[in-house]
Design a protein. Structure first.
Lengths: 279, 118
């Protein structure tokens, strides 16, 4: 049977990809951020997941306002990135796992989550930056299942709904008959705001509260509304819902293996968390 | 219990992007979405008027594009994720547009972000 070996939350800011491309990991601005990743990479080298389920939000690459699914899951043999309008390098495709994707889609729909399945899906920085951070260079042959959550256009799914989706996702992975080691990633966050006169908003106290509660009391975070998250974490800080999907997929009790928090990366408070299911 | 619907009027300087804005900004966002492709960016640069006309921008949207004014683009129904691709044509990132929207210099905006970590 497939087994979830752990969950990782990480920010996915596009500037990180640029910094990697330019080799700035030891630059004074970037060093405090990048120095937090080696322990997670070492854990991945030890645990060797076969598949990464990537819970992320598309930023207007794959989805336009003509059709905006709340929850979309990729079911392709491979996924391609694109320059996103900024001239980002086009990378070799990321391998998928269509059989596992379809199993997850079937299980989730059976549990009454209405999923949009995608046999073609371009993946943006919210997918590629975490992979570049966690599986650098040629090691990124981990197979992937993209799970995209709408944060482009309100209404967004509630934090509670996202946590419940994660729980169903965990059950779906656990019922897959093939022996696979699966890691679940939630990408995005923490507090940040790109648009409006409040651009540049960061809320350290709230982020630190989220980092505590996501580990031991995630249900507390499900009590917030999306509007609460916009107010407390910024218009883009709502990406916390990706972290809640990840957390829902893990067991009720988890062990925190690694945690880091750093302000700022570009406009964003960057968070990193590695969790294992408690024995 | 059903969650409350998003209200747009009680967080200063913040405009959650809802259906009302999505209706208003459809043409503008459709143009900006097209900038995912380099050929479209080049076409815009070659003839901005013609490219805006092709997507049917209204006068408010056309004016905001002409002025490269992010707050005006948001007011005209622009969605920040698609507008970011418009900003990309000019090599502007989220810190540049943050500085513009807050009326700060880029250096002051960056310093403000750094100070949030203290």
């Amino acid at each position: 049977m497939a087994r979830i070996v752990g969950g990782i939350c990480t920010s996915h800011i596009p500037a990180i990809g640029n910094a990697i491309a330019r080799g700035l990991q030891n630059d004074p601005y970037w060093q405090p951020f990048f120095q937090s990743y080696p322990p997670v990479r070492e854990w991945l080298e030890r645990v060797k997941p076969d598949v990464a389920v990537m819970v992320y939000n598309d930023h207007g690459l794959n989805f336009f306002l003509d059709k905006m699914p709340t929850f979309a899951i990729g079911a392709a043999a491979e996924y391609q990135n694109a320059d996103e309008g900024w001239g980002l390098p086009t990378l070799p495709p990321y391998p998928g796992d269509p059989a596992l994707s379809w199993h997850i889609i079937e299980q989730l729909v059976n549990e009454e989550f209405d999923i949009t399945s995608c046999q073609e899906m371009r993946v943006d920085h919210a997918f590629t930056v975490p992979i570049a951070l966690l599986w650098p260079g040629t090691q990124r042959r981990v197979r992937t299942v993209p799970v995209a959550v709408n944060t482009v256009q309100h209404p967004l799914p509630t934090p509670n709904r996202c946590f419940r989706l994660g729980q169903a996702l965990g059950r779906a992975i656990g019922s897959y008959p093939e022996d696979l080691r699966v890691v679940v990633l939630g990408t995005g966050g923490l507090s940040h705001q790109l648009d409006g006169e409040r651009a540049g908003f960061i809320n350290k106290d709230f982020d630190l509260e989220c980092l505590e509660k996501i580990v031991n009391d995630p249900e507390a975070l499900t009590k917030y509304t999306i509007h609460d998250l916009v107010r407390l974490a910024g218009t883009q800080g709502v990406e916390l819902i990706m972290w809640l999907v990840m957390r829902g997929a893990l067991s009720t009790r988890v062990r925190q293996v690694h945690r880091h928090y750093h302000i700022p990366v570009s406009n964003t408070a960057a968070g990193l968390l590695l969790l294992e299911n408690a024995a | 219990m059903a969650a409350k619907l998003v209200k747009v009027d009680d967080i200063p300087g913040t405009y959650p992007y809802d259906g009302k804005l999505a209706i208003k900004g459809y043409a503008l966002n459709k143009m900006c979405y097209s900038f995912n492709d380099a050929a479209n960016r080049a076409e815009f640069v070659r003839d901005e008027d013609a490219y805006c006309a092709k997507f049917g921008l209204n006068a408010e949207q056309r004016d905001a594009i002409r002025k490269r004014d992010v707050l005006a683009l948001l007011a005209a129904g622009g969605n920040v994720y698609y507008l970011a691709k418009f900003a990309g044509i000019f090599g502007l990132g989220v810190q540049d547009i943050g500085a513009q929207q807050t009326g700060m210099t880029l250096e002051a905006f960056k310093a403000k972000l750094k100070a949030a970590g203290n």
